[in-house]
Design a protein around this ligand. Structure first.
Ligand code: PLP
Length: 348
């Protein structure tokens, strides 16, 4: 029995409102044509690993899990003892949206939050956090976690990542990157992925697939391959080892093989740019922050936000930015953006 959706167009609540992108869907359907070995010992999974290594131009260790919370939590747990601390931004997804999973899977490693403009950590902030306490009574900082693109739709430049990474090396810290929207950062910077990951000193990247056009699935990419030792056991114990792994990995092949991972991110960023430009031309709307990726943050009069919601538009009030968040997925079209802008203009 098909369940038809009645809402035309795309929404702005989350990148997760989008369907699977066509290449990912097609690969999934191809993977359904034959029998294959289980638990990742199959051709699709091998190809997906190979494609990740090609895109990053390095011999990384790659693991596929069901979502970003699992990817982040397990990757962080792999780098910490329970008495360690992880330094992250106060609006970081690992702090605000993972229900304590990083602490849970690491058996109690403490997240220490730092502030910083645009959702970004700074070398000075990290150094201060490391140096303010060094005694036995305080959890020992061991990992820095950055989000690329950030929760506030900004992007760390190559130099910013390198500066954070230098600070990490100086203090014996490892560098984790939450890349739920990594493709959007690559699209925004227009650089080879290696420049903002292993070449800049990132030890492990959680690479987002779901928001990029998969139906389900994110990857953990260890550039520092010694950290991947026994990681497969962590995945299995956490319920993150898919028995029919090919259904998780074939869409990755579809997404990575033809470059649609990057094309999707470019579309999402372009939709956000169009929306931002439209907002800026409407009096009474204040665009907040310096958008580089696929979300626009804006302050709207309460009555306006209410009337948009009454018309069926969906978007969040984002606490960290004290503004409304309009998130553009890869599937948002110019027509979707223009329809929203038309309703905004009509209501003002
Ligand atoms: C969406 C997102 C994740 C992953 O969230 P899941 O719901 O666990 O897939 C991780 N980090 C950031 C910054 C995100 O936006």
């Amino acid at each position: 029995m098909p369940i038809h959706t009645v809402t035309p167009g795309c929404q702005f609540a989350s990148d997760n409102t989008a369907p699977m992108s066509p290449g990912a869907w097609e690969a999934l359907s191809q993977a359904n044509r034959d029998c294959q070995s289980s638990y990742g010992d199959d051709a699709w999974t091998a190809r997906a690993c190979e494609l990740v290594r090609e895109i990053f131009e390095c011999p990384a260790e790659v693991f596929f899990v069901f979502n970003g919370t699992a990817a982040n939590s397990l990757a962080l747990a792999a780098m910490c003892q329970s008495y360690h601390a992880i330094l992250c931004h106060e609006v970081a997804h690992v702090e605000t949206d993972e229900c304590g999973a990083p602490e849970f899977f690491s058996n109690g490693t403490k997240l220490l939050t730092l502030s910083g403009d645009g959702g970004k950590l700074t070398p000075a902030g990290i150094t201060h956090a490391v140096e303010r306490r060094r005694d036995i009574h305080y959890p020992k900082p061991r990992v820095v976690s950055v989000t690329q693109a950030t929760e506030l739709s900004t992007v760390y430049s190559i130099d910013e990542i390198a500066a954070v990474s230098d600070t990490c090396r100086r203090h014996g810290l490892r560098l984790h990157m939450d890349g739920a929207r990594f493709a959007n950062a690559v699209a925004a910077l227009d650089v080879p992925p290696r420049r903002i990951t292993w070449e800049a000193g990132v030890d492990v990247l959680c690479l987002g697939g779901t928001k990029n056009g998969m139906g389900v699935g994110d990857a953990v990419v260890f550039f520092n391959t010694s950290l991947a030792d026994e990681f497969a056991y962590r995945c299995k114990q956490a319920g993150q080892l898919a028995s029919k792994m090919r259904y998780l990995t074939s869409p990755w092949v579809g997404l990575l093989e033809d470059g649609s991972w990057l094309a999707n991110a470019r579309r999402a960023n372009a939709a956000a740019a169009r929306l931002e430009q439209g907002f800026r031309a409407i009096p009474g709307i204040e665009v907040v922050g310096r958008r580089q990726a696929n979300a626009v943050f804006a302050r709207l009069p309460d009555a306006l936000a209410e009337s948009l919601r009454a018309k069926g538009w969906k978007f969040y009030n984002f606490i960290g930015a004290a503004a409304c968040r309009f998130m553009c997925s890869w599937a948002v079209t110019d027509a979707d953006v223009d329809a929203l802008l038309a309703d905004v203009r009509q209501a003002t």
